[in-house]
Design a protein. Structure first.
Length: 91
């Protein structure tokens, strides 16, 4: 759905920007130009932004690691004298 006709900004554009890290409506405006021309779309654009934020945060809040990352093991064999890991391994 097109949210901002003046700048051809869709709801998907706004959702994508939020997923990529846009954390304020002003960042979305700077990236897309949404609600910077006639201003008719500002309410809808802001609502879409807030909706995207809620969806994005809900998705991240529900992330459960299926396979926890394996512990990193530094073997003494690879931590030679002079290697910054050497002292860690030897401690
Ligand atoms: S419709 Fe968005 S600024 Fe005009």
């Amino acid at each position: 759905m097109i949210v901002c006709v003046c700048n051809r900004v869709s709801d998907r554009d706004i959702h994508r920007l939020v997923a990529e890290g846009a954390s304020t409506f002003e960042e979305v405006q700077m990236a897309t130009g949404a609600a910077t021309c006639c201003g008719c779309c500002e309410t809808c654009a802001r609502e879409t932004f807030e909706d995207a934020q809620h969806q994005h945060h809900r998705v991240h809040a529900n992330w459960i690691p299926i396979h926890p990352a394996p512990a990193v093991t530094v073997h003494a064999a690879v931590a030679r004298e002079g290697d910054p890991r050497h002292d860690f391994v030897m401690a």
